[in-house]
Write a protein that binds this ligand. Structure first.
Ligand SMILES: N[C@@H](CCC(=O)N[C@@H](CS)C(=O)NCC(=O)O)C(=O)O
Length: 270
């Protein structure tokens, strides 16, 4: 029996979101149908799973949660990103911003450089960069395998430093050098113009897209589907995300659920 149980109803958009997340992550789970029409979600034992009496509720062994907890791996990733954002603020920035000031900004303003300040902060930054070198040997970016705010926050001071003598501290650490070259070459940073992206949050499918699935799926069966279809990029985006295997599985399930309800209504009526 699967350790993960999702208690819900296939008509529910919030349930669909959790199911789509589980299918995306290819996690095994058991689906427990909640008879919301019969008010099962407003009574015990369901209320012990979801104190607000809403679906879905989620169980993973002893862990009982509500909301969209199927995305635990994402929470872990977010924690890692936060750690590196904090590292930027606490470790990188105190040294890097002083060096950017002394070596990058002061000369632009015709002011003299305080060499003692430079020496002290280059020594501090070198220690920070030793840690970065180890981190970037393990993952392409600070927060993980893709570019995040943890990297972006470095850009303003990093860009200054690359135009100063401090560049040697970056160039002498191969992974830091590669990371610095990569993030400073990003189109958004180069300010050429904001490139259009395939998905809402960028070039990869993310929860930002996934969360649109349940309602858009209903919407596209309505007479107002042209609102999407008349807009080529929105249409292409919807065709792309709605053809994902995880969504197809959810949509198929929902179809059956509708059909069952219709059939039950017919039986009741006769
Ligand atoms: N943010 C909540 C939303 C849950 C929610 O709104 N569920 C709806 C079904 S889509 C529900 O249970 N409605 C019945 C009610 O609130 O009594 C979550 O993601 O779990």
């Amino acid at each position: 029996m699967a350790a993960i149980k999702v208690h819900g109803n296939l008509i529910s958009t919030a349930t669909n979101r959790v199911l789509a997340t589980l299918y995306e992550k290819e996690l095994e789970f058991e689906f427990v149908l909640v008879d919301t029409r019969g008010g099962e979600h407003k009574k015990e034992p369901f209320l012990s799973l979801h104190p607000f009496g809403q679906i879905p509720a989620f169980e993973d062994g002893d862990l009982k949660l509500f909301g969209n907890p199927a995305d635990m791996p994402r929470l872990k990733k977010m924690a890692i990103i936060l750690v590196w954002m904090e590292t930027e603020a606490q470790k990188w920035d105190p040294a890097a911003s002083k060096l950017a000031w002394e070596l990058g900004i002061k000369p632009l303003l015709g002011m003299g450089t305080d060499t003692t300040n430079v020496e002290e902060n280059e020594a501090k930054l070198a220690k920070v960069l030793d840690v970065y070198e180890k981190r970037l040997a393990q993952s392409k970016y600070l927060g993980g395998d893709y570019f995040t705010l943890a990297d972006l926050h470095h850009l303003p001071s990093l860009q200054y430093l690359l135009g100063t003598q401090t560049k040697k501290l970056i160039d002498s650490r191969p992974h830091v050098r590669e990371w610095a070259a990569d993030i400073t070459a990003r189109p958004a940073w180069l300010k050429s113009k904001l490139s259009s992206t395939k998905y809402l949050a960028g070039d990869f499918f993310s929860l930002a897209d996934l969360n649109h699935f349940p309602y858009t799926h209903y919407f596209m069966q309505s007479p107002w589907a042209s609102v999407v279809n008349d807009r080529p990029h929105v249409k292409a985006w919807w065709e792309d995300i709605s053809s994902r295997p995880a969504f197809k599985k959810v949509a198929e399930g929902r179809g059956h659920d509708f059909w069952l309800i219709k059939r039950n209504e017919t039986f009741k009526g006769t």
